[in-house]
Design a protein around this ligand. Structure first.
Ligand SMILES: Nc1ncnc2c1ncn2[C@@H]1O[C@H](COP(=O)(O)OP(=O)(O)OP(=O)(O)O)[C@@H](O)[C@H]1O
Length: 224
């Protein structure tokens, strides 16, 4: 094991705004239109106004596909295949749409498969990874691990039975790593998609909102 080189490209920072819930609409929350030409978000607080710049902005009407295609994910997958260590990091307050963007509504409906249009960045990047690795024709070994850090504890979501807490270690050769984490080899989209479902089951869910609380267009789009 050698420490994988970090991606040489500057990070792409995108912002996505989710649709307002009925509660938010009822209490008069508004969504300011975002500028796609000069992607920036203006935040006004009692004492302080700030403007943040982004590589791309996605408003409430943006599809999962548009977010995947517009956020540099394909390039990231290519870099990963070139041997760089790549990260996709979703950041936002609870209920802001991180899980939806990464996985689609899969976590809300575990028993039925999600509609393909609603698949998130993870499933789309798996498809892209398998396609690109096949195109390269080289003998690449693909494996997956699925960890959750919650309340400063690392849990292995692929381990059978109740998720166990694993220690974080550091070594000269490997850098930081999680001891005894499971790593599962996969070769097909079905195999990695089923690992994703398996790992989503024991995740700690932070936010619960009934679909009935969403305005009609969203509720219709969400039904698988
Ligand atoms: N772009 C979107 N379009 C439609 N619905 C969305 C969108 N983003 C989020 N939602 C819905 O908003 C609710 C909260 O989203 P989600 O669970 O993804 O938030 P989260 O940021 O992962 O929250 P937590 O940090 O608490 O886990 C969910 O019901 C989700 O389906």
């Amino acid at each position: 094991h050698a420490v994988t080189p970090l991606c040489p490209h500057p990070p792409t920072t995108t912002i996505r705004v989710r649709p307002l819930t009925c509660t938010e609409t009822r209490r008069g929350d508004r969504q300011d239109p975002l500028s796609h030409r000069r992607p920036r978000a203006q935040v006004s607080a009692a004492r302080h106004d700030a403007t943040f710049g982004f590589s791309a902005v996605f408003d409430a009407g943006a599809s999962q596909e548009a977010v995947f295609e517009g956020s540099g994910m394909r390039q990231l997958v290519e870099l990963a295949l070139d041997g760089f260590s790549c990260t996709v990091f979703a950041f936002g307050q609870t209920g802001s749409g991180k899980t939806y963007t990464l996985m689609g509504p899969l976590a809300q409906s575990k028993t039925q498969p999600a509609s393909p249009a609603l698949l998130g960045l993870m499933q789309r990047s798996f498809a892209c990874l398998l396609e690109q690795s096949r195109n390269r024709g080289s003998d690449l070994a693909l494996s997956a691990s699925y960890l959750e850090i919650y309340n400063e504890q690392v849990r292995d979501l692929l381990s059978p039975g109740p998720p166990c807490t694993l220690p974080l270690r550091w070594s000269k050769t490997r850098g930081f790593y999680v001891e005894n984490q499971l790593s599962v080899d996969f070769e097909s989209l079905e195999a990695i998609a089923s690992l994703l479902l398996q790992g989503a089951e024991p995740r700690v869910q932070g936010w619960d909102i009934s679909p009935g609380c969403w305005p009609a267009p969203w509720a219709a789009r969400a039904s698988p």
